[in-house]
Design a protein around this ligand. Structure first.
Ligand code: UD1
Length: 386
């Protein structure tokens, strides 16, 4: 009989990680049967539904519909709604991905109930405890029973924190499975830009066909960058200045849009050189990244995706939990000082990226390795840890 594994998703960055895992679980040879639980942390169609469609994720078996709230409220709400589901479904293990509030909330419920916790993308550390995701990562790893890592540094981080080395598996990066699988269907960047610009005066030089015209792609949503009016104001002013050299397109996370509105900063987006766009689907985002001259971001996942795609990435943060994107990839950590960003932007425009090699196990087969190992591991330990 197949082992039953309850797979948890909640927020946008979870969807591209769970898609290849569920696909691998559905393969005929798999020893694992997946049941999908969606906490509803992200609920807007633009943050949720279009990802399910584009990534062919099956409709969730259970939806908890928690919605937004403070970290405490959101985490507590997920926990109290997840507990009866866990009791009723009685899985052999739960599988959580990444570092969002849904990850720690469900892991904590399962660990206390003696249900085994499997963490995909374990061991990443920014060493910045002010990031809510860092707290989620450290705590989830401490209560996980099987830990799948994307890069070798994560093994060192975990063993330093006392995690038993025999529970850690270097499986690779499931985000990159999704990049490789969906790349042929990526929507060309110019199509998404033209759609966003529809109705606005077009002054970018639109060529007749592919390849695309040059543009930079910018995403910002970290609370440290968008919640403070002075920080966000100086970043937006700088983007408006840099957009004179290279048009910049900015898909806006709902949090960022709300802050830009309340700080009266939307006026810097002229809809031309500096273009605000709604949150994009997965295939649109993949195309926007693939066709960009460079990317500036504070996202974790985009640092990895640009490394896989070979597109220069400037990360507007002081730390990264994904150091392999710096040592083997296209990423540069540039912080948020205007002078530094300006300098690195110009240098990336002139230098591009050098010769690259994909990090180890970022080969499109991470999910297969995870499901294969998970099936064997669960079979070898049929009893719960309780
Ligand atoms: C969450 C994750 C972060 C991830 C990001 C990607 C945590 C701690 N953080 O941050 O790691 O990089 O998702 O998107 O889990 N909102 C909507 N519609 C939605 C979802 C959110 O309008 O569908 C708004 C709400 O006003 C909400 C705010 O965005 O208060 C923030 O959403 P939340 O899920 O709390 O955290 P994110 O900032 O999205």
């Amino acid at each position: 009989m197949k082992s039953k594994v309850l797979c948890v998703v909640g927020a946008r960055p979870n969807f591209m990680k769970i898609a290849p895992i569920l696909r691998a679980m559905r393969a005929p040879a798999s020893d694992v049967s997946g049941v999908l639980v969606h906490t509803g942390q992200h609920y807007d169609p633009s943050m949720n539904d279009q990802f399910f469609e584009q990534l062919s994720i099956p409709r969730p078996d259970v939806s908890l519909n928690v919605g937004s709230g403070s970290h405490a409220v959101q985490t507590a709400e997920i926990m109290s709604r997840f507990e009866p589901v866990l009791e009723q479904l009685a899985p052999d293990a739960i599988l959580v991905v990444g570092d969002v509030n849904s990850t720690i909330a469900c892991a904590l419920v399962a660990a206390k109930k003696g249900v085994r916790v499997v963490h995909v993308e374990a061991g990443l550390r920014s060493w910045d405890r002010k990031m809510p995701e860092e707290v989620n990562r450290v705590l989830t790893d401490q209560i996980s029973d099987r830990l799948y890592v994307t890069e070798a540094t994560a093994i060192d981080n975990l063993t330093r924190e006392g995690v038993d080395a025999s529970t850690i598996v270097f499986a690779g990066n499931v985000m990159i499975d999704s990049v490789d699988f969906h790349r042929p269907q990526a929507v060309p960047g110019r199509h998404s830009i033209e759609r966003a610009r529809a109705g606005l005066p077009v002054s970018l030089a639109l060529g007749g066909g592919e390849p695309t015209y040059p543009y930079g792609l910018v995403t910002l949503h970290r609370p440290s960058n968008v919640d403070n009016p002075v920080v966000l104001g100086s970043l937006v002013e700088l983007l408006a200045e840099l957009a004179e050299q290279l048009p910049l397109v900015c898909p806006l996370h709902p949090r960022t849009l709300a802050r830009l509105e309340s700080f009266d900063l939307l006026r810097f987006f002229d809809g031309d050189r500096l273009l605000a766009m709604p949150p994009q689907g997965y295939l649109e985002m993949l195309g926007l990244m693939k066709d960009a001259t460079l990317v500036a971001t504070d996202s974790g996942g985009i640092q990895e995706e640009t490394t896989a795609l070979g597109i220069p990435c400037l990360t507007l943060r002081d730390s990264t939990e994904r150091p392999i994107t710096l040592t083997h990839g296209t990423n540069r950590l540039v912080g948020i000082s205007a002078n530094n960003i300006r300098r690195e932007f110009i240098s990336a425009l002139s230098a591009g990226v050098g010769k690259l090699s994909r990090p180890e196990h970022w080969d499109g087969r991470a999910a297969e390795r995870i499901v294969d190992d998970l099936g064997r591991w669960l079979k070898s330990r049929p009893q719960s840890n309780a």
